[in-house]
Write a protein that binds this ligand. Structure first.
Ligand code: UT7
Length: 325
């Protein structure tokens, strides 16, 4: 039986030029390279230049993904952008990127699920391709979290960075089995009871200011490991697969200790986990597609590999997807 599946046919990413090391941060905050590396695994992060916006990062990653797919913007009819750091309150970053890519056709919109945003965007785009509404999508995670940080707060300022990642999804006829290429299954969750554990203390409808990121780190950590393990199991079961089938875990990059604990829950060896948190820090919705593009370009991800993507973020929101390369 023939089934429509969304197949990733190109990946791309973009990191701003300026690199901020842990020592750079220790020069202005009461922190140290040793503390940051031991507690998070982060060594450096990229920071967007003045005048460089989320849409610039996202458009660069999108061009990169289109090149990898051998396509141009005229071949795309859907753009879904995951971001919590839009250039402006509106319009949607997706429409700004649409314009930057020179597109006047198709549909472009944003989804907001903070660090889980890419999993949400992928799931929405997948549904719209599989139901036949669109043929090819750009799914982009793009963030300038440096603009949301309280640079006086050592507990959060050291954790985040800026960047963007993108994939080109194409609807293709597949058999419907678990050996198919493409998105085999995805699952999303949210629980608003916890929206005071990771949030921004401002916004256009409340303070009229952008506000700053606030987090109760230890509690977020605890929920992350439990929720991620649970949704990964759920998505593998939905795809008719087991942890033994996973070639690469491509996780949200918040903290190396979370990545390791999550992999242990699935009995996955650490060498099956794609890690970029050391170089990128937590880039929120950009982190999963940035990690994916890194492992595609360095040749680790090969045709037939089974990828497990996962993320957890403010809301709380969390999700996972099983994707055959
Ligand atoms: O992407 C969305 C999801 N976000 C996450 O997944 C983040 C989850 N949370 C975490 O990654 C970790 O909880 C953190 C990295 C944020 C913190 O690590 P922790 O091991 O949970 O440390 P802690 O918050 O319990 O703080 C331990 C100590 C505290 O000092 P006292 O109270 O023990 O004296 C902090 O004040 O470390 C102190 N501290 C720091 N010290 C040096 C907190 N931040 C820093 C810092 N440098 N940057």
């Amino acid at each position: 039986m023939s089934t429509r599946r969304s197949v990733i046919i190109g990946t791309g990413s973009y990191l701003p030029q300026t690199v901020l090391s842990n020592d750079d941060l220790a020069a202005r905050l009461d922190t140290s390279d040793a503390w940051i590396v031991e507690r998070t695994g982060i060594r450096r992060r990229h920071i967007a230049a003045q005048g460089e916006f989320t849409s610039d990062l996202g458009a660069a990653a999108a061009r990169n993904a289109l090149d990898a797919a051998g396509l141009s913007a005229s071949d795309i009819d859907l753009i879904v952008v995951a971001t919590a750091t839009p250039d402006q309150t509106f319009p949607a970053v997706a429409t700004v990127i649409q314009h930057k890519l020179g597109m006047t056709h198709g549909v472009a919109f944003d989804v907001g699920a903070v660090c889980s945003g890419f999993l949400y965007a992928l799931t929405v785009a997948d549904a719209l391709l599989v139901n036949g509404a669109y043929a090819r999508a750009l799914v982009i995670g793009a963030e300038t979290f440096s603009r949301l940080l309280d640079w006086e707060d050592r507990a959060t300022a050291v954790l985040f960075g800026d960047g963007a990642g993108a994939v080109v999804l194409e609807a293709q006829a597949q058999t419907g089995g678990s050996a198919d290429r493409g998105v085999l299954a995805s699952r999303l969750h949210s629980d608003g009871r916890y929206n005071d554990l990771l949030y921004v203390d401002g916004g256009p409808g409340s303070t009229g200011t952008t506000g700053h990121l606030r987090m109760k780190g230890r509690e977020v950590f605890r929920h992350a490991v439990v929720n991620l393990a649970s949704v990964m199991g759920e998505v593998l079961e939905a795809a008719g697969l087991t942890p033994a089938d996973v070639t690469w875990l491509v996780p949200h990059q918040a903290n190396l200790r979370i990545l390791e604990a999550t992999a242990r829950k699935l009995d996955l060896s650490p060498d099956k986990v794609v890690v970029t948190v050391d170089r990128h820090a937590n880039t929120s919705a950009a982190s999963v597609p940035l990690a994916l593009d890194t492992a595609v370009r360095d040749g680790r991800i090969q045709p037939g590999d089974l990828l497990l993507l996962e993320a957890m973020g403010g809301g709380f929101t969390w999700g996972a997807a099983a994707v055959r390369w």
